[in-house]
Design a protein around this ligand. Structure first.
Ligand SMILES: [Zn+2]
Length: 206
């Protein structure tokens, strides 16, 4: 199923008008629940017109045939992938875009982590950008932080939450009450960010 919807299951003995009345009465609750459902991941072929998330905004991809090594750039209207298009299969275009995202993520996450380290006084021993399928980041006992580059698709405030979360692990290597207190001190709306991440994870799969 590609669109959001709701279905109601009723006993055959129940008159239909009672079910209809129930739906009318609960309309706003049903709509709220439907809005909470994560959007389907974008189906992409990595061709002109495809939509790409970057720092919470949606950009349109444009493919440009040029006799050059593949290069990916921002323009005023979107993101361009230029190069010898005939030699770029769908898998290769996807791979090139993932490599580009990883570079952008490395630059952004490193700089932002340094900024937030100064503000929080929490300094990791190293920062590495990796590919994960089921997690956004980690912090080991030696204080080395690793981030999933896919987070670069999320809005800046959500990335800040992830960074604060991992920096807080430098003080508390667990998810104890003290840990969450530390997160909250630096990022009061952490619950909203957690909810955003939970409900948008499928959208950020690439
Ligand atoms: Zn954690």
């Amino acid at each position: 199923m590609t669109s959001k919807g709701a279905s109601i299951h009723i006993p055959t003995s129940l008159p239909l008008d009672i079910a209809a009345r129930f739906i009318r009465g609960e309309k706003s609750w049903i709509e709220t629940q439907l809005q909470k459902l994560p959007d389907e991941p974008l189906k992409r072929q990595w061709l002109t017109g495809d939509k790409l998330w970057f720092l919470g905004s949606l950009y349109t991809l444009e493919l440009i045939q040029e006799n050059i090594a593949t290069s990916i750039n921002f323009t005023s209207s979107g993101i361009t992938l230029s190069g010898r298009l005939t030699s770029l299969s769908t898998t290769l275009r996807h791979k090139k875009l993932c490599e580009w995202y990883k570079i952008q993520a490395t630059n952004y996450l490193t700089a932002r982590s340094e900024y937030l380290s100064v503000r929080t006084g929490l300094h990791p021993s190293s920062i590495t950008i990796k590919t994960y399928n089921a997690r956004w980041g980690s912090c080991n006992i030696e204080g080395a932080i690793q981030y999933n580059w896919k987070i670069i698709q999320a809005p800046k405030e959500i990335i800040d939450y992830l960074i604060i979360h991992e920096l807080s692990h430098l003080k508390h290597h667990n998810h104890s009450k003290d840990f969450w207190q530390c997160v909250e001190n630096f990022y009061p709306n952490f619950k909203d960010a957690q909810y955003w991440l939970k409900s948008h994870s499928s959208k950020l799969d690439i």
